[in-house]
Design a protein. Sequence first.
Length: 98
Amino acid sequence: MTLAVTGLLLSGCGIYTKYEPVTSIPDQLYGGEVVTEDTARLGNMDWRELFTDPYLQSLIELGLQTNTDYQSAQLRVEEAQATLMSAKLAFLTAFALA
């Protein structure tokens, strides 16, 4: 009885069928067109030129205004600029009125 149940379970699973992988490659797998122009200028574009949808632009503006990481990075840049300015001013000659 147990031998018959075990045999039915093993044959019912289909574990003995040989796997045959699909060898055909779909035509639409790699996209349609290839960009032939230089994409290096894409990094120099203003994001408003790249994203022309007004609603998307307003969402990006809102995200930039409320992004605390961006705001703290701006403050660190301003702090570094002030430190650089004070370091440059330290090289100037000082006149003491005594």
